[in-house]
Design a protein around this ligand. Structure first.
Ligand code: NAP
Length: 704
């Protein structure tokens, strides 16, 4: 066991479950820090089985040495910053595969959190899927470098000797991720994936409820050996003085209640060192049924609300809490929703026929009941709630589990209501409310003061542009559902790796996921100013105006490893003739007047017939390609094509081909021949040395 300082100052952290000494031989969950397991001696919090109510393990981090943990991350874990994007992505993919092979262990642990297997799938395989998605995104989109050159040359001088590029480098710090109880695996993996890909080590602090699942996954990741030591550490318990050891290169993210988030965000140390704090908190998400909804649309709406209430027993930060319905359809929606909810069987998910499990803990059950009381000051409970007498629970000891019935409230006067728009009952609870027109609807949605997601459920032929314009500023994501996409829609409640997850105001103001955007959160953007040569050296990507090398050997005869960034080929010239234009028109079928009709072309922008842009691209290839078999395997694509000046009959073109960037490709299987992608800068110029076309081509080139 680790020798740690016992004298750290705990941050204020109240809980009803704190016990001063361990009362039994229950498993003590360790923290996985500084390359070892740390087990506390006191201040344990007991975690109970959500279905049976039995105490199952205890959690404490009392006495943990946060200073050592932060130093370990920065000294050892920072090795991840030395790895390239592709190496990080490859490591992440291996981690994902390793976890997938062990997923049944996590499903087993998930039973104690009260969820069904389908619910657990979102957390376990949704989380592992996020690792896979991020790994392949980075391998596809980013160069195999440690830093990220964000944009092309920004010229800042008349003669081209001074300019700039923005470069992103991994922050020289650590990211502390504090997670909520509802997704102990996905909640961690969706945060650590972009962090590790950015090249920054992580310290994860899961919620005490469900921490056993996070622990199992982190223990497996560490055992896999795919990440550098110190790149991932886990604190199970409280954070104590952790924030006081952070500095200006560090980041904190938080998912949980607004009350806790606001308290943590106000920590003086974070303020003093301008440490970014990204928060995802309570969100009173909406679903909107449009005014002209037909019967099919009403059913879609009801199905979506039903799904959001019952999946994970409504314990999703994205779940629908407020359902806005045209006033004339309120009764119809209410009766159809209740008809579906009456068929829900709540109980132990291991028993047959059970369709909805329990909340995560008895504490959550009390919390939801309290929140429903608050909501009922504005609304009538029309179905369910803890007051429901006929609530049948399918479990051996229903009184011991954290079961809560699906609950529907109706608020007839949402304009004057408050709690409905502010209180998030984190369970299977929804409030239906009527609206009369778009203006009123927009005002009601805005009363939520910022949410993660809203769904607009419409008839397929309905234009909802105006609704979107009104509600989009209040949301991080808007899901437009209709009969056309219903079968394939990923649903209201699913945050996806490529789409942003977060929302303004009450939802915390943070932003997660969203593809590569999330990776940038852990990197520092710096505008680097200098000469083209300095920029080529810094970014490993040839910059216009920097040194070029010419060689008698054609660059297409050189292997990936022989090629140098800046290697240049200046081709022979070619004069464009009328025959070229006519032949190309016949070959391609493109007889556009600007190429073929002398009279119309005379009245056009160009004043004369011009060559097809695609002919120029083809003729350029004819000038720069080396025809003989060699290391170039294939043309991989073309980027950033611009036709700058027209090419007229009699103009003479010439091409400059410059090796701009080289990226080795990871091998899919050991049989594959090693190769890489070479990006070539292409400039086509005319006899007056004017640029007529510019673009990048990408070729696959064999390695030595
Ligand atoms: P919470 O009590 O705010 O806890 C969230 C995280 O913060 C947990 O890891 C918790 O650890 C930690 N924490 C609490 N006090 C802390 C302190 N003083 N210093 C450092 N860390 C501290 O939230 P929760 O229990 O997980 O969920 C409660 C509510 O949050 C839900 O009912 C729901 O309303 C909301 N929620 C929102 C989202 C969202 O993304 N919008 C997601 C989940 C939950 P411990 O567990 O060890 O206390």
């Amino acid at each position: 066991m680790l020798e740690l300082d016992a004298g750290s100052n705990p941050t204020e952290h109240t809980t009803d479950d704190t016990v001063s000494t361990p009362t039994s031989q229950l498993k003590k969950l360790s923290s996985l820090v500084c390359g070892q397991s740390f087990i506390a001696q006191q201040d344990f919090r007991m975690v109970h089985h959500a279905i049976t109510g039995d105490a199952i393990y205890q959690v404490s981090s009392q006495g943990i040495d946060n200073k050592a943990i932060v130093e370990f991350a920065k000294s050892k874990g920072s090795a991840i910053a030395q790895m390239t994007f592709h190496e990080r992505a490859h490591a992440l993919k291996q981690v994902a595969q390793y976890l997938l092979e062990r997923k049944e262990n996590y499903y087993e642990l998930a039973k104690a959190t009260g969820c069904t297997r389908k619910d657990a799938w979102i957390d376990i395989e949704g989380g592992i899927g996020t690792l896979f998605a991020y790994s392949s995104l980075v391998r596809r989109e980013l160069s195999d470098e440690t830093a990220w050159v964000e944009d092309a040359w920004i010229p800042l001088s008349k003669h081209g000797s001074f300019g700039a590029k923005h470069i992103l480098t991994p922050k020289a710090g650590v990211a502390v991720h504090i997670d909520a109880f509802n997704f102990p695996i996905w909640g961690m993996l969706e945060k650590i994936a972009p962090t590790l890909l950015a090249g920054v080590p992580c310290i994860v602090k899961p919620a005490t409820e469900g921490a056993e699942m996070t622990h199992a996954v982190v223990a497996d990741i560490l055992a896999s050996g795919f990440l550098p030591e110190g790149a991932l550490q886990l604190i199970c318990g409280q954070t104590y003085d952790l924030f006081e050891h952070l500095n200006a290169q560090d980041t904190v993210t938080f998912t949980g209640s607004a009350a806790t988030g606001q308290k943590l965000r106000a920590h003086p140390h974070l303020n003093q060192y301008s440490i970014p704090f990204s928060m995802e908190a309570d969100s009173v998400n909406s679903a909107i049924l449009t005014q002209h909804a037909n019967d099919e649309t009403i059913d879609l709406f009801v199905r979506e609300v039903f799904r959001e209430m019952t999946t994970k027993a409504g314990q999703k930060c994205t779940a629908i809490r407020r359902a806005f319905v045209p006033e004339n359809l309120l009764d119809t929606v209410q009766s159809r929703l209740i008809a579906k909810l009456q068929k829900v069987v709540v109980g132990n998910p291991e028993l047959e026929n059970v369709t909805m499990g329990a909340l995560a803990s008895i504490q959550q059950k009390h919390d939801v009941a309290k929140k429903v009381e608050q909501l009922s000051q504005d609304a009538d409970i029309v179905f369910g709630s803890h007051l429901r007498q006929d609530f049948n629970i399918v479990a051996e000891h229903p009184e011991k589990g954290a079961f809560y019935p699906p609950t529907v409230l109706v608020c007839k006067s949402p304009n004057t209501a408050q709690a409905i728009h502010q209180v998030e009952a984190f369970g299977p609870v929804v409030t239906l409310m009527p609206y009369s027109d778009l203006t009123e609807l927009a005002q009601l949605v805005a009363k939520g003061e910022g949410s993660l997601v809203a769904s607009v459920v419409r008839n397929t032929d309905e234009n909802v542009e105006h609704i979107i314009a009104k509600i989009a500023p209040w949301h991080g994501r808007v899901h437009v559902l209709d009969a056309e996409n219903a079968k394939e829609s990923t649903g209201h409640g699913s945050p996806l790796p490529l789409l942003v997850h977060g929302g303004p105001g009450r939802a915390g103001g943070g932003e997660e996921l969203g593809g590569l955007r999330a990776v940038k959160h852990y990197m520092q953007r710096t505008a680097i100013q200098g000469s083209p040569n300095a920029m080529t050296q810094i970014g490993h990507s040839w910059t216009i105006g920097s040194e070029v090398f010419e060689d008698r050997v054609h660059p297409f005869k050189k292997s990936f490893d022989e090629l140098r960034v800046g290697e240049r080929l200046l081709t022979a010239r070619r004069t464009v003739t009328e025959a070229d234009i006519v032949n190309f028109a016949c070959l391609s079928g493109d007889h556009f007047y600007a190429h073929m009709d002398k009279i119309a072309a005379a009245d056009s922008l160009f004043g004369d017939r011009v060559a097809h842009g695609y002919f120029i691209v083809s003729a350029a290839a004819g000038l720069f390609v080396d025809a003989a078999p060699g290391p170039v395997i294939a043309n991989y694509g073309m980027d950033n094509l611009r036709f700058v000046e027209p090419v007229k009959i009699g103009d003479t073109i010439q091409v400059e081909l410059t090796c701009k960037q080289k990226t080795p490709k990871p091998l899919r299987d050991p049989e594959q021949k090693p190769h890489g992608v070479v990006v070539w800068d292409i400039k086509v110029k005319n006899q007056r040395n004017e640029l007529v076309a510019t673009y990048d081509i990408l070729t696959l080139v064999n390695r030595d």
